[in-house]
Design a protein. Structure first.
Length: 243
């Protein structure tokens, strides 16, 4: 089962990210032949990977090719009719492609999936979900509430607004996710490297700004984000060890 899934994933990655030119991506929204070129590449890759087992896999190849055509057509239709976030659209598109691979392999290797899911500790999964919710959604709100007392300082707000929209929030989420991964992997040193790297990148901004308020804001925000991220990560690890 694993070999089949890996072959399908490699074919998908090659077809979507390696062998799809920027020209095809730009022109397939208005010229349908470029979409068919893209699907033909995917189909050819699948045939190439399963050349020795075509008799057993031709239906899977046909299903994946049709599914890929349908998903990409829906994406193009959505892009042309509605204004949408390209990042979210990309993630949804790739998730649907991966789910089509999971679906076809599930029907072919259902017993393997059942055996795998039976090994999953559902309580562990719930705790992982809770930790991710805290890191991605709850902690940003806590930090925002913490800094709300300074929202009426116009000079401070102008300094904060002179950045990419929501960049600070995204950076915070990414660093806390990395902290969670480092703690679960017992790579605690990684937290120090992460903090040092962020400090180096911020050093120039803080030096050039010559603004005590902005410097204090960055330092407090960084320490608060790291501290809360570490609290969630170490709590999760302790709970998992107890179960």
């Amino acid at each position: 089962m694993l070999t089949v899934i890996l072959k399908m994933l490699i074919a998908h990655l090659l077809g979507d990210f390696v062998l799809q030119s920027k020209k095809w991506v730009e022109k397939r929204n208005t010229k349908i032949q470029y979409l068919f070129y893209h699907i033909a590449v995917h189909t050819g890759l699948l045939i190439l990977f399963f050349i020795n087992e075509l008799g057993d896999n031709w239906q899977n190849i046909l299903f994946l090719s049709v599914a890929h055509l349908a998903i990409d057509s829906l994406k193009i239709g959505w892009q042309t009719r509605f204004e949408s976030n390209p990042v979210i659209l990309f993630l949804v598109d790739q998730t649907m492609h991966i789910m089509s691979i999971v679906a076809i392999t599930f029907f072919k290797f259902k017993q393997h999936y059942v055996a795998y899911f039976q090994q999953i500790n559902i309580d562990h999964l719930y705790f992982y979900v809770i930790a991710l919710i805290l890191i991605i959604f709850v902690i940003p709100i806590i930090i925002r509430v913490f800094f709300s007392k300074w929202t009426h300082d116009h000079a401070f707000e102008n300094k904060r607004n002179d950045t990419l929209f929501d960049a600070g929030k995204i950076i915070g989420v990414l660093e806390r996710v990395l902290i969670l991964g480092f703690v679960l992997l017992n790579f605690i040193e990684g937290i120090g490297f992460l903090l040092a790297a962020k400090s180096i990148f911020r050093f120039g901004d803080l030096r050039d700004a010559k603004d005590n308020k902005f410097t204090e804001y960055v330092l407090i925000g960084t320490l608060l984000s790291f501290g809360l991220g570490m609290l969630v990560a170490f709590t999760l690890k302790s709970v998992l060890n107890l179960l």
